[in-house]
Write a protein that binds this ligand. Structure first.
Ligand SMILES: Cc1cc2nc3c(=O)[nH]c(=O)nc-3n(C[C@H](O)[C@H](O)[C@H](O)COP(=O)(O)OP(=O)(O)OC[C@H]3O[C@@H](n4cnc5c(N)ncnc54)[C@H](O)[C@@H]3O)c2cc1C
Length: 435
């Protein structure tokens, strides 16, 4: 068996894995990224289907976060920011969300003045004085101030956008942490050519700094001695390679990390915490092709009183290169009635389709569903429900998890994967010298 030595081995080339590789490479560490698939990026990649470019996950990013990450690392980044970014459909009518004071504006449209003022002053208190506790859900917290279904609809959209969870599932404390963390992040939009261009640009930076990325390379076993990590055994097309490393960062998700290192090598308390807290969140996505734009707006349209579809993104209105000439592409996201199994997927699909028929004029006459599927299990929207935060460190010394399975409090989606990578990189820099 071949043996190779690196400062840090990273299992998985998701956004978290590549961000960590970029920061460590910049700090002078010799880094190896191993990816089991033939393409980079995990849930932030481009896939191709019938001439369309479809996302493997991420579609909506921001200049303030993703652009800043790329600028930090010297990677190229482009974004098209729609104007306006959001429309809210309230009682059947679309309202443009203003860039400033958006939540206030939407609640004021949804409710009578006095009720809106009551809900808004509670939001303001939660943000500027003290966030509500984790023991109450967003729905129960809100219903102290408003039971108006239109107001609840606005919060349902915000809750699913900020966590992938419904208002009755998301702890109110976590929701407010998210509002505070993300309030500084500006300029959301779509990446020309698809979000896979972000992970491609990051991989170029990793290689420019002397790092290596192996595709079709599956980590088979994480090795350890006396409770300290020693490396990874990797299956490649040329046979198994023994990778020796001072630290191993697993981007494969905490459950996969346990399987790779062997449950017998992990502490019981840690395994118990994973079992209790590690819950993926599901989402149904429809990719819809049409012979004309189904919506005129450039950005997201949020549905506040639908059965299942919460947002619709007419991707090709700003990024026509994602579809063959003369065709159009839309992504519509449905959130299930609840995020914990058992799921009745047939019924969930029917409810989502009823929403599409009702909310998209021309859906039946001018469009066809290219692909529709439920993202869950090993390819979920989030590996861990927000609020159930798990540590990046494992009980094995110098073995860390990075990615959206171990997000810091208040972070969701791909930014949470990057934030967990940043935390781990700082710890590696404190503990391990490069070279
Ligand atoms: C449908 C959908 C829509 C989404 N939309 C958005 C959005 O618009 N905006 C947003 O911010 N977030 C969005 N998300 C969430 C976002 O995709 C994830 O939070 C983020 O991409 C997770 O990145 P990660 O670093 O955790 O790694 P992942 O993307 O999970 O990558 C992990 C990588 O590890 C590899 N791997 C696993 N096991 C091994 C092994 N044994 N050996 C080698 N490699 C291995 C996998 O193949 C994979 O490439 C969406 C997710 C989904 C599913």
């Amino acid at each position: 068996m071949k043996t190779k030595k690196y400062d840090v081995a990273i299992i998985g080339s998701g956004l978290g894995g590549l961000a960590a590789a970029g920061y460590l490479g910049k700090a002078g560490y010799q880094v190896l990224v191993v990816e089991r698939l033939p393409f980079l990026g995990g849930r932030c990649a481009n896939t191709h289907y019938q001439g369309f470019t479809l996302p493997s996950g991420v579609v909506w990013v921001s200049d303030g976060f993703h652009g800043q990450l790329c600028r930090d690392l010297g990677a190229s980044f482009e974004i098209r920011v729609p104007k306006p970014e959001y429309f809210y459909r309230i009682r059947g009518k679309d309202y443009e969300m203003p860039a400033k004071g958006g939540l206030r504006a939407m609640i004021t449209l949804a409710a009578e003045e006095a009720e809106a003022a009551k809900a808004m002053s509670a939001v303001k208190r939660g943000m500027s004085w003290q966030e509500p506790p984790m023991s109450i859900s967003v729905k129960d917290w809100l219903q102290q101030y408003s039971t108006n279904p239109s107001v609840l609809g606005v919060f349902e959209v915000l809750s699913t956008l900020s966590s992938g969870l419904r208002t009755f599932e998301l702890p109110a404390g976590e929701f407010f942490r998210y509002l505070m963390a993300m309030s500084a992040v500006k300029n959301y939009g779509f990446v020309p050519g698809g979000c896979g261009n972000i992970t491609e640009a990051l991989s170029k930076v990793v290689k420019d700094k002397g790092g290596e990325i192996w595709l079709r390379a599956r980590a088979r076993r994480i090795t350890q001695k006396n409770g300290t990590v020693t490396g990874v055994l990797v299956d490649t097309a040329d046979g198994q390679v023994e990778v020796q490393a001072k630290a191993v960062l697993s981007n494969a998700g905490p459950q996969a990390t346990v399987e790779l290192v062997g449950q017998e090598n992990m502490e019981k308390g840690y395994l118990g915490e994973l079992e209790q807290k590690l819950k993926p969140s599901p989402q149904i996505i429809f990719y819809i092709a049409s012979d004309r734009p189904l919506l005129e707006c450039q950005g997201m349209t949020f549905l506040t009183q639908s059965r299942r579809i919460l947002f619709m993104a007419p991707l090709t209105n700003l990024c026509p290169e994602l579809a063959p000439r003369g065709q159009h592409l839309m992504e519509a996201a449905a959130y299930l009635g609840n995020s914990a199994p058992p799921f009745d997927l047939r019924q969930e699909m029917e409810l989502a389709l009823a929403d599409l028929r009702e909310n998209l004029p021309g859906f039946e006459k001018h469009s066809r569903i290219l692909l529709a599927g439920c993202y869950y299990g090993g390819w979920p929207v989030m590996r861990c429900w927000p609020g159930n935060n798990l540590p990046q460190k494992t009980p094995i010394e110098n073995l860390y998890n990075i990615g959206d399975g171990t997000p810091p409090p208040g972070w969701w989606g791909s930014p949470s994967a990057v934030q967990s990578a940043r935390i781990v990189v700082e710890d590696v820099k404190r503990r391990i010298q490069p070279g």
